[in-house]
Design a protein around this ligand. Structure first.
Ligand code: SF4
Length: 235
């Protein structure tokens, strides 16, 4: 999907990061990283199944501290039972808690899903809003969730999704030394061309699942091995 808006991302965090080593952030090195990721995952997409922006928002809230596979097992029944934001907005939290129990943290997730649905119905005409500023007013929605929905569902590059994989790999590749996901996002926003923001996070998430895993990364299979100085390397 083509970007439909070019709203400038607000700074991800006000805390300045330590200066990055220019050897690791040269355009040539970045290009090599992009080529490697494009070669590995030319059509990387979000793993959460969804048919519209609202379903992606619900699935993303459910995915906190839970695998995408587990969420994908729960959502088909959930979305068949409650097909719209209005249907979720009308729910008793106890009922939704039962439906989403297996995804963990179900009380908080039910509260946030119902709260976000009510706000979407009351303030945004039943549609998930299309800006970071508006997304961040929804209960349970921080920058990561907002970036997932804006980037994947609307094609709007409002920022870069920084999940556990993007956080770890940004450090391993020395693209950031940020201590928080917000600080890593701040570095990536500065480093990456805007038309890479959406694809980069999808590709790095798959790269983290398949090759650059948290424990025992598969460095022998990694096309970025020659430019990686990470102490976590296994070759
Ligand atoms: S060489 Fe290993 S640690 Fe470095 S990016 Fe590749 S898989 Fe990750």
């Amino acid at each position: 999907m083509k970007p439909t808006a070019t709203r400038k991302a607000r700074p991800a965090s006000k805390t300045a990061n330590a200066k990055l080593d220019a050897r690791y952030t040269s355009p040539k090195r970045l290009k090599t990283i992009f080529v490697g990721l494009d070669h590995l995952f030319p059509r990387a997409e979000c793993a959460l199944h969804h048919k519209n922006p609202f379903q992606l928002l619900v699935a993303t809230i459910l995915s906190a501290q839970c695998t995408d596979e587990r969420v994908n097992k729960v959502t088909p029944t959930l979305f068949a039972k409650y097909p719209t934001a209005q249907a979720f907005a009308a729910l008793d939290p106890k009922v939704l808690e039962e439906d989403i129990h297996s995804t963990g943290f179900f009380r908080n997730k039910a509260k946030n899903i119902i709260g976000a649905s009510r706000q979407i119905v009351e303030k945004f005409g039943g549609k998930v809003p299309r800006s970071m500023e508006e997304m961040l007013t929804l209960p349970g929605v921080a920058r990561k969730t907002a970036n997932v929905v804006l980037g994947t569902a609307y094609g709007i590059p409002a920022g870069v999704v920084v999940d556990t994989h993007v956080f770890r790999i940004s450090h391993r590749l020395k693209l950031s030394n940020g201590k928080t996901p917000e600080n890593v996002e701040q570095d990536l926003i500065k480093l990456l061309p805007e038309d890479r923001w959406i694809a980069f996070s999808h590709q790095v998430i798959w790269f983290g699942r398949k090759i650059c895993q948290a424990r025992n990364p598969s460095c022998a299979e990694c096309p970025l091995e020659s430019l990686c100085d990470s102490p976590d390397k296994t070759v």
